[in-house]
Write a protein that binds this ligand. Structure first.
Ligand code: GAL
Length: 991
């Protein structure tokens, strides 16, 4: 036994002593009915003690590849596949490893959020327990000069029994945790070896692994054979502190075998265990400075990638290397739309690079340790990491077991060994990553003393890192106060350390002195989130708040192809599950195929590490990086008239260290302004040099402001001309009974009609924290009825008074439509006055019209190019944008309102023959699509939407903001579209 594992034993003994002093006894596993090995509370058998992940020159043999495989409905199939004789029979086929069997044609995925998909009867699991038998043969390479051989499983869901050459090796549990066995004595060195694994979908561990994700089983991470030479380095622990006062790294590398620590760049060549102090640059997510070296024993060379950093709490503020640390974070599950939680190196690199390009500086590995290689990427490219234990028991919450109750695994002492083991496997594997700055005990497991045991073990083993756990609001066992989905208002109170007290005064005082973070916020289900910028403003206002982690990175949609060959991303229910949580699994800011959703563009803007504030006289640049100055960025300005650039140049910036600002007076050399246009000044910060995650010229931040507004043209109105049953107003022909538009310069248009409905977004739905859908439907906003009054044909305009009502409701709007025209264009002034006692914001208010299908190219001048809403509009910049109608749709996995372009100054919709220009005064929100809102709402997946023979245009005064009500607060009051008087004018011009 090595020194490190001796330490494990010592901590275990301390825990036991601690239990005795509190009157707790490690009860024998006393279950009143017979149980199977996979139902034991701590079923692990045979594995060696966990140790550090390491890259070394010791030989390895990957056992990934094609294995023989059979799936049985229960755990009762004969154990007839572990010996030398190859199994026969129809039930056997093959499967790739690593993979989930449900994604390889065996069984089907199933999705529940927190509900266990089996009776809550821990630790028993159903008799129907799909069980996969795996088998493969291998030879140990003849040239291996090794003393011992280990067999490693990086992830098996949920429990496996393993045999080598017919002899049981052990049992592993803890799906996203690494397990290793010493198989030296079972191996045949000169003959074929038979490795057999039986994997059960359900086990006692399933009760501890109730994360909100697909239930997917099997050997889903790699299997490796590790040759261990004599004098190999079994385990090592890098302690690389950064002394902020002296600017020195303090390095000590513990090794289970005596070894040299060699870091050429720092001139370090010292014995393991010895401490050295050297001047270094610290590691941070901004500047992930790694010093490469080796730990060399007589038998092995282990790669060292050392980042020196100190993350600590000083006076209630989270500091990294002596400066306040603000997490601009996201929660990430391992996910791939084709392979589930089996993720390739390319996919992980894609994730990390994309996070960096979107100004994300931190990741919480919700809700289990990721593949080990992911953390290597975080070290290298620079992300702060909260590494979370594979532990969630959310399904006990609905049955009221959650808090300090017997039976709740976080409290029931009989689960303790299994839980401390999970924590040990997390910490031991990942302890050498500079990116990992906090250990998280798990997610949503209620409260209980076992969390204390996990925390005490981790603190003793690794005092350099902080502890995190959200669901115990006493914060008894952790170093930071963490909550999820807190409202903006409550967050302000927390920022001021004025939150409501915790009942226990001592714990309250301790908690109030802690820094705070939001481990989850801005739930990105469907169209959203809204309110991100307002959170960021609060984060930046209060030193106590260390930022947050958005929920979440990916939509977990599984790619499927219909019989007709159409691709879509499946969510809960698409695999015929009896009980499921639908599209609640599609709540990311990245689509399953890795493309950004509009939410990610918004997040990039809000997370900008440089804030550029532009006014006509000056530009203020504030450096929000944690560590770095701005010398890696070039600042470029441009002036554009109605989106057409008329002048541009570079902006020299003085040295601006982290946390400081620079003010730059502006005296730009620009041509005269055309008064018919709007003049806008934009300043962009771009990378001067390529980085590991972006090319040179990549835009990090921008600021913009309108310098001169467009002058209003003076129109000379022409008179309406009545003829027969119609009235002509310029190029428009109206019906003289109800004022309906019959045609516009010869284009056959569907008369604009009032529209108050949107295809409800997930945040509007009944499960939302601020649901609106039911009330909206009660009022009848989905069925607006318009009745025109007597039209008045005047000398300069046609006025159509009217009333907009809703089936079954006395709420209404008094309306007035005024048509007028000059030589060039037709104008429609829209006025509406609410009537009655409105008690709810409106989904939208505006006009809907349709054009022939040929009008499919859209150009607009206004914020863009992505969709934007009242509370998600920071990423949209003023410019001139072109999209086809198809390109203006956002394919949320569950179709819902999307594609709104806010505050357009003008838009042009073009067919091959003509162009319709529509100008909004004040600016108008618009949506263009090939289907109606009702078609959009009726579809369950985007591939069901069929183009009609019309293009549907919404020209709106606005919509209610998005919020993140599907799990969190709804749109903030200022961003709700309250019934009020509306008054805006649309001008139509056909060329
Ligand atoms: C949280 C949970 C996440 C996810 C989210 C809703 O409570 O920690 O795993 O379920 O809610 O999407």
């Amino acid at each position: 036994m090595n020194r490190l594992s001796a330490m494990n034993d010592r901590v275990a003994a301390d825990l036991a002593a601690d239990d005795r002093s509190r009157g707790l006894v490690h009860a024998p596993v006393a279950m009143d009915r017979p149980f199977r090995y996979f139902e034991e509370l701590f079923p692990l058998r045979g594995a060696i003690l966990p140790r550090a992940d390491a890259v070394s020159d010791a030989p390895e043999l990957s056992l990934d590849g094609t294995w023989e495989f059979r799936l049985s409905d229960t755990a009762d199939a004969a154990v007839d596949f572990i010996g030398d004789a190859a199994p026969t029979g129809e039930s056997w086929g093959s499967i790739p490893v690593p993979a989930h069997w449900q994604l390889q044609g065996h069984g089907a995925p199933a999705y529940t959020n927190r509900r266990y998909p089996f009776p809550v009867d821990p630790p028993y699991v159903p008799h129907e327990n799909p069980t996969g038998d795996y088998r493969r043969t291998f030879r140990v390479p003849a040239d291996w000069q090794v003393e011992r051989v280990l067999l490693r499983f990086d992830g098996v869901d949920s429990l496996a029994k393993i045999w080598l050459n017919g002899t049981e090796v052990g049992v592993i549990s803890g799906s996203r945790l690494r397990s290793e066995f010493d198989v030296t004595d079972l191996l045949r060195r000169d003959a074929e070896n038979v490795l057999a694994v039986r994997v059960h979908q359900w086990s006692s561990g399933s009760y501890l692994e109730d994360q909100d994700m697909w239930w997917l089983s099997g050997i889903f991470r790699s299997v490796t054979l590790l040759g261990r030479p004599a004098a190999a380095i079994h385990d090592h622990f890098v302690h690389a502190d950064y002394d902020t006062l002296r600017g020195e790294g303090v390095l000590r590398v513990e090794s289970s075998t005596p070894a040299r620590v060699i870091i050429p760049e720092l001139d370090v060549d010292t014995a393991s265990g010895a401490e050295v102090r050297i001047p270094v640059q610290p590691w941070s997510a901004d500047e992930p400075r790694l010093y490469d070296g080796e730990l060399v024993s007589d038998g092995e060379r282990v790669q060292l990638r050392i980042g020196f950093r100190r993350v600590e709490v000083v006076d209630g503020v989270l500091l990294a290397n002596g400066r306040p640390l603000l997490f601009r974070g996201t929660n990430r599950h391992d996910f791939d739309p084709d392979t589930g939680r089996t993720v390739s190196m390319e996919r992980m690199r894609h994730d990390v690079e994309m996070m960096k390009r979107h100004n994300i500086n931190a990741v919480r590995t919700s809700h289990y340790p990721p593949q080990a290689a992911f953390l290597r990427l975080c070290d290298e490219l620079g992300l702060w990491v909260i590494d979370e234990c594979d532990f969630e028991t959310h399904g006990f919450f609905p049955v009221d077991w959650f808090h300090k109750l017997a039976g709740n695994p976080a409290e029931d002492v009989r689960w303790r060994d299994a839980l401390v083991d999970r924590m040990q496997r997390l910490v031991e594997r990942d302890k050498n990553h500079p990116s990992v700055v906090m250990w998280s005990l798990g997610n949503e497991c209620g409260t209980g003393e076992n969390l204390g045991a996990m925390a005490r073990w981790a603190k003793e083993r690794d005092p350099s890192r902080l502890l995190h756990y959200e669901r115990d609001w006493s914060c008894e066992h952790v170093d930071v106060y963490s909550r999820m989905y807190t409202t903006h208002r409550d967050l302000e109170l927390i920022g001021q350390r004025q939150e409501p007290p915790f009942p226990d005064a001592d714990l309250d005082a301790r908690r109030r002195a802690m820094p705070f973070l939001l481990c989850e916020y801005v739930h990105s289900m469907g169209n959203g989130p809204g309110g991100l910028a307002e959170y960021q403003e609060i984060f930046e206002r209060y030193p106590r708040i260390a930022g947050g982690f958005t929920w979440e990175w990916f939509d977990h949609g599984l790619r499927q192809v219909t019989a007709a060959g159409e691709t879509f991303f499946a969510y809960g229910g698409d695999f015929g599950e009896d009980r499921h949580d639908g599209n609640f699994i599609a709540d990311g800011i990245v689509f399953p195929d890795g493309t950004p959703s509009p939410g990610l563009h918004e997040l990039k803007k809000v997370f900008e590490p440089v804030r550029i504030t532009v006014s006509s006289g000056e530009v203020v640049v504030r450096n929000h990086y944690d560590a770095t100055d701005l010398s890696h960025l070039a600042f470029r300005w441009s002036v554009a008239d109605d989106g057409v650039e008329v002048a541009a140049g570079d902006l020299p910036l003085p040295h601006t260290p982290a946390g400081e600002s620079a003010r730059l007076p502006l005296a730009l050399d620009v041509p005269d302004h055309d008064p018919a246009t709007e003049r806008v000044l934009t300043v962009r910060a771009v990378l001067r040099e390529p980085t590991a995650w972006a090319r040179a010229g990549h835009e990090v931040a921008w600021g913009q402001s309108v310098v001169t507004e467009r002058a209003q043209p003076v129109a000379r109105l022409i008179s309406p001309v009545p003829h027969g049953e119609q009235v002509t107003v310029g190029s428009a022909i109206l019906d003289d009974t109800d004022g309906g538009l019959l045609s516009l310069a010869g284009i056959e248009v569907d008369a604009p009609r009032f529209d108050t409905w949107r295809a409800v977004i997930d945040n509007d739905r009944d499960f939302s924290w601020e649901p609106h859908e039911t009330r909206w439907r009660e009022i009848g906003l989905d069925l607006p009825r318009y009745r025109a009054g007597a039209i008045e044909v005047g000398a300069e305009a046609v006025v159509v008074p009217g009333r907009l009502g809703f089936d079954g409701s006395d709420l209404a709007f008094d309306t007035r439509l005024t048509w007028s025209a000059d030589e060039a264009a037709v104008s429609l002034r829209v006025q509406a006055q609410p009537l009655g006692d409105w008690d709810v914001p409106l989904p939208r208010f505006g006009l809907r019209m349709s054009l022939p299908a040929a009008f499919c190219d859209v150009e607009w001048y206004g914020p863009g190019p992505e969709e934007s809403y009242a509370d998600s509009s920071r990423a949209a910049r003023l410019g001139r944008w072109c999209r086809t109608v198809e390109e203006m749709q956002t394919p949320y996995l569950m179709p819902q309102e999307n594609g709104n372009r806010r505050h357009a100054r003008w838009l042009r919709v073009a067919s091959p023959e003509s162009v319709l220009t529509i100008t909004g005064d004040p600016h108008v929100d618009f949506t263009a699509r090939r289907w109606t809102t009702e078609d959009l709402a009726a579809a369950t997946h985007p591939n069901e939407l069929r183009a009609s023979d019309r293009v549907w245009l919404n020209l709106d005064a606005g919509q209610t903001g998005l919020g993140s009500g599907s799990c969190g607060p709804g749109a903030l009051p200022a961003q709700r579209l309250l019934p009020r008087s509306f008054d805006y004018t649309l001008t139509f011009m056909v060329e």
